[in-house]
Design a protein around this ligand. Structure first.
Ligand SMILES: Nc1ncnc2c1ncn2[C@@H]1O[C@H](COP(=O)(O)OP(=O)(O)OP(=O)(O)O)[C@@H](O)[C@H]1O
Ligand SMILES: [Mg+2]
Length: 113
């Protein structure tokens, strides 16, 4: 199993939710976050005053999916959330060792959706 952590534009979330639902993806965790991209780390001084790098509001969507579904899920996110402008976001993929459904005690793939 893999976890996809997608950082997307907040205004794209509703459309993504519907698109994922149509592809049978039910489980996800959403957070409102703030972040910055390529400009990260730049520090400016303007007339003697340091200014802070702006943080932009983003939505983080976390989805744990079967290994076989990583590409199709990432493609749905990319297609739906792209505007071709800077700041469209990123998808981070990492390994997940196991999952338990608390209600039934199912584990692994059985517990995913
Ligand atoms: N390396 C990173 N680690 C963690 N979060 C990141 C990283 N890069 C981007 N993000 C998150 O993704 C959001 C969107 O990033 P953004 O799309 O601006 O990335 P970028 O690398 O600047 O690409 P682009 O050139 O398309 O803007 C950021 O606001 C931040 O929350
Ligand atoms: Mg950027």
């Amino acid at each position: 199993m893999k976890k996809l952590e997608a950082i997307i534009r907040p205004e794209k979330f509703q459309e993504l939710r519907e698109e994922l639902d149509q592809h049978g993806v039910k489980g996800m965790t959403i957070s409102e976050v703030a972040g910055c991209g390529q400009q990260k780390g730049q520090k400016g001084v303007f007339r003697g005053n340091k200014y802070e790098i702006k943080l932009y509001p983003k939505v983080k969507v976390e989805l744990v999916v079967d290994n076989d579904d990583v590409d199709v899920t990432a493609n749905i996110i990319s297609r739906t959330c792209s505007t071709d402008q800077v700041g469209d976001g990123k998808i981070f993929v990492s390994a997940v060792e196991d999952v338990y459904r608390i209600r039934t005690g199912e584990t692994g793939k059985e517990a995913l959706q």
